[in-house]
Design a protein around this ligand. Structure first.
Ligand code: GLV
Ligand code: GLV
Length: 324
């Protein structure tokens, strides 16, 4: 019987689908596995289902000498050494599309929560400080009518733009490739990065983490932003130079930030972030709805089944492996 190793319990129907066909081993702990544990888990198995919190590097791929597929339970796959997997003929798959609307919702929720100071207000209430309506209590900044700059106009970026249009915002975007069809359909405008940073009241990041996007927003970019601007990051922590961000937030060089992703993930988030009141923090939960996590599990399991049954999976990160 073919064998599958899963690095963390997933929502149904993922595990059930795999158990119907294969011998399945699932991480029994409610935590991220160590490198050694993953290396020992992938030994002899045909398929690995892993998470964005697992670093699947050369050593792990070497340890999995019988691996045919690495199915990442995420859209982002920067945690995997894809080139090395490709060199070994191992298919890498991800879960795009099914999580796009859910992630766009979270990006927009962070945008509004930061602009309108909802978490601060919640804390204020719970601390029993509310003495009634007051003219200058919890003044935030408007969202409607403002300009949103979307960096990375992929599936998620487009859906964030759509939400912004519903709030009567102007939308600028910057992307590796211009998208004339989307420009026409939605009425969003392309801008060079510097112009976008200069003109936007909100800047939301929707690029994958690659060598080209690492540190994309740093000191220079923050200087181009309006002092009233708010940064939203639901992509990967490393797209933003975090020490530079901490500095501008502390010095109030921008108004605030809404963050769902961090440099120190999974276990070493910088505690200095907790001291700032102009930042809204979420624990990497962009795709965290019951419906979406279940669809992702189904997609990750289907990819394994497709490959082990000799079919082409729907979302291959490295189609070169199949000679495509
Ligand atoms: C989440 O960050 C994902 O890449 O799916
Ligand atoms: C995610 O689905 C993206 O490609 O933007």
């Amino acid at each position: 019987m073919k064998q599958v190793f899963i690095t963390r319990a997933l929502p149904e129907p993922g595990i059930r689908m795999l158990k119907e066909k294969y011998e399945v081993e699932v991480n029994p702990h409610d935590r991220v596995l160590t490198k050694e544990e993953i290396a020992s888990g992938v030994k002899d198995v045909d398929a690995l289902v892993c998470l964005l919190t697992d670093t699947i590097d050369k050593d792990i791929i070497e340890a999995g000498s019988n691996l045919k597929i690495i199915s990442n339970y995420a859209v982002g796959y920067n945690n995997i050494d894809v080139d090395y997997a490709t060199s070994k003929g191992i298919i890498v798959t991800n879960t795009p599309g099914v999580l796009s609307e859910t992630t766009a919702d979270l990006a927009f929720a962070l945008l509004i929560a930061t602009a309108r100071r909802i978490p601060e207000g919640d804390k204020f209430m719970r601390e029993g400080k509310f003495r009634g309506w007051a003219p200058e209590l919890m003044l935030g900044t408007d969202v409607y009518g403002k300009t949103l700059g979307v960096i990375g106009l992929g599936r998620i970026g487009i859906l964030v733009a759509k939400r912004a249009l519903g709030f009567d915002m102007q939308v600028l975007y910057h992307s590796a490739n211009r998208k004339p069809n989307v420009e026409q359909e939605l009425g969003v405008k392309y801008a060079e990065l510097d112009e976008l940073l200069n003109k936007s009241d909100f800047v939301s990041l929707h690029v994958p983490l690659t060598s080209a996007t690492k540190g994309l927003i740093g000191k220079r970019e923050f200087e181009l932003m309006k002092p009233s601007a708010i940064l939203i990051n639901t992509s990967r922590g490393e797209v933003v130079d975090e020490p530079a961000l901490l500095e501008v937030l502390k010095d109030k060089k921008i108004r605030g930030a809404g963050l769902d992703v961090f440099w120190g993930e999974p276990t070493n988030v910088n505690p200095k972030l907790y001291e700032l009141d102009n930042v809204v923090l979420a624990p990497h939960m962009g795709s965290a709805s019951l419906e979406t996590r279940s669809k992702m599990a189904e997609m990750a399991a289907s990819a394994v089944i497709d490959v082990l049954e000799g079919r082409k999976p729907t979302h291959i990160v490295n189609p070169e492996v199949l000679g495509a």
